[in-house]
Design a protein around this ligand. Structure first.
Ligand SMILES: C[S@@+](CC[C@H](N)C(=O)[O-])C[C@H]1O[C@@H](n2cnc3c(N)ncnc32)[C@H](O)[C@@H]1O
Length: 188
């Protein structure tokens, strides 16, 4: 293919100010005790791409500014709203009181496969991602309104947490965008 690759200046990305002003996708990300700073930064970068409302950093999850978060976030910590809370369960309960539906992203009994999951129109969803070794804490899974699993067909037990975030956020973004006028999200 001879198609010329676009320059960064041709991608028409938002400035930090334009991002702050933009209508957000009604999705909240909760990071439950994420160990790797590079994973945290990657989640910020993906959250920026899909205009995610907010990221809650919980427990041992490190907070910006940090050079190892910056390495993968590439500035997305300046655009996406975030808040640190020590206890993940407190965030889950607080959001549920605000009528946000909280879904643990996990491999668990009774989980709904992502391809079968449909976010409700008009509802804000929070998605909880778990620690690289221990996953989402059981008490958080138990308190959730549902569990979403990403189907895997190969030999590995699970995906990297930042990769899982990419898969989930893109899927929910597309499904939520179909509830509304597509142009409001997809136009520059
Ligand atoms: C590396 S996995 C943790 C695996 C760990 N052995 C466990 O017990 O959950 C880190 C996080 O990525 C997400 N994840 C990875 N693969 C997933 C899948 N197939 N379905 C749903 N979530 C997944 C979950 O949020 C999980 O807590």
């Amino acid at each position: 293919m001879e198609n010329r690759k676009l320059k960064n200046s041709e991608l028409e990305r938002k400035s930090v100010e334009e991002f702050k002003e933009a209508k957000k996708t009604p999705i909240i990300v909760i990071l439950d005790n994420i160990r790797s700073l590079n994973n945290i930064g990657s989640v910020f970068r993906t959250a920026d791409a899909f205009l995610i409302e907010k990221i809650y950093l919980c427990g041992i999850t490190a907070r910006p500014p940090h050079k190892d978060i910056q390495k993968t976030a590439l500035g997305a910590t300046e655009t996406v709203d975030w808040e640190y809370t020590e206890n993940t369960l407190d965030v889950v309960k607080r959001l549920q009181k605000e009528k946000v539906k909280v879904f643990s992203v996990e491999q668990a009994e009774g989980a709904v496969m992502l391809n079968d999951f449909q976010p409700e129109k008009g509802e804000t969803c929070a998605v909880v991602f778990g620690n690289e070794v221990k996953g989402v804490q059981q008490e958080v899974v138990t308190a959730s309104d549902g569990i979403i699993e990403i189907p895997q067909l190969g030999s590995k037990h699970s995906l990297n947490i930042a990769v899982s975030t990419g898969v989930i956020l893109w899927d929910l973004f597309v499904k939520i965008s179909s509830h509304t006028s597509r142009n409001s999200y997809f136009s520059h």
